[in-house]
Write a protein that binds this ligand. Structure first.
Ligand SMILES: [Cu+2]
Length: 459
């Protein structure tokens, strides 16, 4: 009896924990899957990765558990592309499901421009929200309920006013089932690492009042974090800043759009073109040819060494393709070496495996935000109307400044703060930051944004 009880409790302990929470597991660019966990700062498998973040002041609020560490890969995207985020109850999609129906609340999407996407800690200043939705009183649905209806998929258009460069894109769900009774809001979020390949010339100019620090933008006391969904008093107010969708000038000619000079293989975190097999943010590279016994066994070692890097750390989204690498390639080499066939490596067909999309790719919730078409009107919810573009291209011929790598700016350094992880304003003393001493009196407008009116930051 004892041993049966032991086996039973062991099985329970080994069973993956889910509790029908959720995690951002995969994304699509213009409908094309980028692969499970690829270009996402996915949590490592050392804890229940689908757990909510309940401390709104923790660094985990920026890009989720382990989110201060960059992912190895960055996915290239064209300006104005539609990104579709997939949320799963099971990170490896072993069973279907987006989020438990009891977990009702709003959704938001935030963006942060960064110059050092592979190392940027994500937590800190420079975030802005491009879209959000709370409770739809006409349809009587919370955003999370619409997400469930869309099988966990949420699509947004990248705002057309994002200049070429690197961005963290952060979809967020907020579940309110314990917000009122226990004062515990449950946040589910993650970050995609993308590179916008083209896009308008100029710098990104987000008005000051739309920029937030994450963490720092919430303290947990907001009405929207303590709302009673069981006895609701609408309207519901979504926590965080109002959305802002930077829009390229609608009269901008196509020739004014800057085509990025760097090809997608030159971007930081580009997926290697000779990738034989990909799993999350790992890629298996070709094994060097060999023609003798020692070369053969060295190839076995090399193959398994690559394989173990695939498992360590293993992404929450699973290791199916690590298994495939070891099983189909490494064991094939090993078997041949054992059979004294020392010519190789053998040609083995490796194809990245991943689940089918859980449903149809839904239309973008902010349709029109990514449009460059001069005939298009301003996007719904977009603060900038036609002809009031946010991208300052007046100084298009001004030499491009290097983004500050260390927080210094202006003067001898010549660094600009725009896009740095320290803040977008350059102080009189040549330090990047986001506070009044950086953005206020003495602010150097040639090397960053400066506050002009109350709350306004202009170049
Ligand atoms: Cu939950």
């Amino acid at each position: 009896m004892k041993s049966i009880a032991f086996v039973a409790s062991l099985a329970l302990a080994l069973a993956p924990v889910s509790f029908a929470h959720t995690i951002f597991s995969r994304f699509y660019i213009d409908g094309e899957s980028q692969g499970d966990g690829t270009c996402i700062r996915v949590p490592l498998d050392t804890r229940p990765s689908t757990n909510p973040i309940t401390d709104v002041t923790s660094d985990d609020m920026a890009c989720g558990f382990d989110g201060t560490h960059g992912a190895n890969f960055t996915c290239p995207s064209s300006a104005g592309a539609t990104l579709t985020f997939e949320f799963r109850t099971w990170p490896d999609a072993r069973e279907p499901g987006a989020i438990d129906p009891s977990h009702r609340g709003p959704c938001s999407v935030y963006v942060k421009p960064v110059s050092d996407i592979l190392t940027n800690r994500a937590a800190g200043p420079g975030w802005f929200k491009i879209w959000h939705e709370g409770y739809d009183e006409d349809e009587e649905l919370w955003c999370t309920e619409k997400l469930i209806n869309n099988r966990g998929l949420l699509s947004v258009e990248l705002p057309s006013g994002l200049p070429a460069g690197y961005y963290l894109v952060r979809p967020e769900l907020l579940a309110l089932h314990q917000a009122y009774s226990k004062g515990i809001p449950e946040y589910y979020l993650g970050c995609a690492q993308i590179y916008v390949e083209n896009g308008p010339r100029g710098s990104l100019n987000i008005p000051f009042q739309y920029q937030v620090d994450i963490p720092g933008h919430l303290d947990g006391l907001e009405p929207g974090n303590n709302f009673n969904i069981y006895n609701p008093e609408f309207p519901y107010t979504i926590p965080g800043p109002e959305p802002y969708s930077p829009r390229a000038r609608s009269n901008m000619a196509a020739s004014e759009l800057s085509l990025s000079s760097s090809s997608s293989s030159a971007i930081d975190g580009a997926i290697p073109s000779d990738c034989l097999l990909k799993n999350g943010n790992w890629c298996g590279r070709p094994i060097e040819p060999y023609s003798d016994s020692s070369g053969c066994w060295a190839a076995v070692e090399e193959c398994f060494a690559q394989g173990s890097a695939c498992y360590n750390p293993a992404p929450a989204t699973g290791v199916k393709n690590c298994d495939q690498w070891n099983k189909l390639l490494c064991h094939a080499i090993q078997d041949r070496c054992g059979a004294r066939d020392f010519e190789g490596p053998p040609e083995v067909e490796l194809t990245e495996m991943g689940p089918e999309p859980p449903g149809h790719i839904p239309a973008a919730v902010n349709r029109g935000a990514g449009a460059f078409d001069p005939d298009e009107g301003p996007s719904p919810g977009s603060e900038a109307g036609e002809g009031l573009g946010d991208v300052d291209d007046d100084n298009g011929d001004r030499p491009r400044l290097a983004v500050s790598p260390d927080g210094s700016c202006g003067g001898n350094t010549g660094y600009t703060c725009i896009g740095s992880s320290f803040g977008n304003c350059c102080s009189r003393r040549g330090q990047c930051g986001q506070r009044t001493r950086h953005c206020g009196c003495g602010c150097q407008s040639a090397f960053g944004y400066c506050r002009q009116g109350p709350g306004q930051v202009k170049q």
